[in-house]
Each structure stands twice: as C-alpha cells, then as structure tokens.
Design a protein around this ligand. Sequence first.
Ligand SMILES: Cc1cc2nc3c(=O)[nH]c(=O)nc-3n(C[C@H](O)[C@H](O)[C@H](O)COP(=O)(O)OP(=O)(O)OC[C@H]3O[C@@H](n4cnc5c(N)ncnc54)[C@H](O)[C@@H]3O)c2cc1C
Length: 268
Amino acid sequence: MIDVLVAGGGPAGLATAIHATLAGMEAVVVEPRLAPVDKACGEGLMPSGVAALRALGVRPPGRALRGISYLDGRHRAQAAFRDGPGLGVRRTELHAALSARAAELGVKVLPGRVEEVRQDGEGVRAAGLRARWLVAADGLHSPVRAMLELGLPDPGPRRYGLRRHYRVAPWSDFVEVHWAADGEAYVTPVGDELVGVAVLSSRRRGYAEHLADFPALLERLGGRAVTPVRGAGPLRQRVRARVAGRVLLVGDAAGYVDALTGEGCPWR
Ligand SMILES: Cc1cc2nc3c(=O)[nH]c(=O)nc-3n(C[C@H](O)[C@H](O)[C@H](O)COP(=O)(O)OP(=O)(O)OC[C@H]3O[C@@H](n4cnc5c(N)ncnc54)[C@H](O)[C@@H]3O)c2cc1C
C-alpha cells in the first residue's frame, strides 16, 4: 500500500510529496495537468517560503525581493524584509523546479483526477489506488473538500484575482502594492525584463478596466503585455476541519486567507 497519495500536483501537493519522501515514505501524486503548470498568481515568495523551499532542496530561479511597498498615488508605506530576501518567480519556473526535485527523489506523478474517495480504518482508496493517507492539495475549489463536505459557506464580500505579465525591466526590488477605491494592483518583478501585475478586487470587470484605476502604473508598463490574463476566485474559502479520518487538506484546499487584506481566517 502507498503511504501518501496526493490529489493535486501544484506547489502544495508537490511540496507534500517531497516532504513525505524525505521522511522515508512512498508518495504518489495524481494531477490532471502536464508540468509545468501555470496559474493566476502574484508570484512573490516571502523569505520564509524561500527558506522552506531550500529545506526541500528546491531553488527556483527568480528576482530577489527586498520587501513590500504600499502606494496610493499620494502616500507610500514601505518595509524591507527582516529575514533576508524573498523571491519573485514565474509560476511555471516554480512548478518546474518542484517537479524536477520530486522526480529526482523518485516521486511518481500520475496523470489523473481524484473523483471519489473511500476510506476505512487502515487506508483510503482514490483514483484507483490505495494509500495509508490521502492528502488533498487540489486547490481553491478542492473537489475532495467538497466530496467530504468540509467546506463552509462564506458570507463576506467575494474577491477575485487576475494577473498578467509585462515585458519591462523591473524598476524596484520591492513588491509594489498600488491601492485604489475598487481594489489593489500589485507588481512583482519576476525576471530581468519581466514583471507580473496581479489585480485583486471584489468588482467583477475586465483586467484592462481594473488597471485603468492605476494611471501611473499603466504608464510604467507601457502596454507591453506578454501573457494572457488568468484569473482565480472567489479568494476566500472557509473550512470546518482540515482533517477527516485519513484525509488531510493542504494548500488552498485547506482554506484561503486573502493575502492583502488578511480576510478569511479559514476557522471563522
Ligand atoms: C491573483 C492571485 C495572486 C496570488 N499571489 C500570490 C503571491 O504573490 N504569493 C503567494 O505565495 N501566493 C499567491 N497566491 C496564492 C497562490 O497562488 C496559491 O496559494 C497556491 O497556488 C496554492 O497552491 P496549491 O498547490 O494549494 O493549489 P494549486 O496551485 O491550485 O494546485 C492545485 C492542483 O490540483 C489539481 N487538481 C484539481 N482538482 C483535482 C482532482 N480532482 N484530482 C487531482 N488533482 C486535482 C489542479 O490541476 C492543480 O494543479 C495568489 C493567488 C491569486 C489568485
């Protein structure tokens, strides 16, 4: 019997499989999409995230980040990280680095999808496999969380995220969070000639309409978009528990806190 079966081969699933393997367990990941997987993301790793990756033997390429700046056109509040630099890294490069490390350790990544979960006192059956534990790392809208009825309704305002990349030399080694009445746009340098711009808002409208709220930023970007717009949401996801028998939720499947506003403690 497999020790740990992981549903979902995003960052949380691959990190879980790498951890399990380093702890001497056999880990198998089931993921429907081919690596490297792209996703709507601001692509900023905090220093603790960089350290956690390093401890797993994962060193993705990217741009060192010195801290975070908040700007609203008139004011700027800025702080440097105290524990060394963070990292701006393209999602595809992060995924490729995690996948390479998992492969190096012998983690099997199987194409497929977990669509049914059955468990008893000794193990779990899912995706035609039997394991001692199932880790659900299947993202914001986790099908496994839904199957086990672990989600909670969210009464609050629904926020969504959209992101796109621009071919322009980064002008700061801080992540810049630009504020406006209807949301935030944050800029992460991810390459020598590449920045990502993620927009978070509760207003449902197009990416270009959101960016129009930030004229100074628009001017800096110069209209050189080089990736399509990707989106995700609603961001806040609440859960009533992260463990159900032999099934454990990790990553976004385990509940999501809005990183900019802090809203959505998954336990409330
Ligand atoms: C706009 C935006 C900006 C963000 N900015 C940042 C940031 O700057 N820094 C940061 O650290 N975080 C950021 N985040 C959050 C970050 O993207 C997520 O927390 C992270 O992707 C979660 O990883 P995960 O592995 O849990 O889920 P995912 O990356 O979503 O991976 C889940 C995987 O599960 C697979 N899957 C789905 N269903 C099944 C199934 N039934 N069976 C098997 N597999 C399945 C999917 O194919 C997918 O590959 C941002 C998010 C958004 C939306």
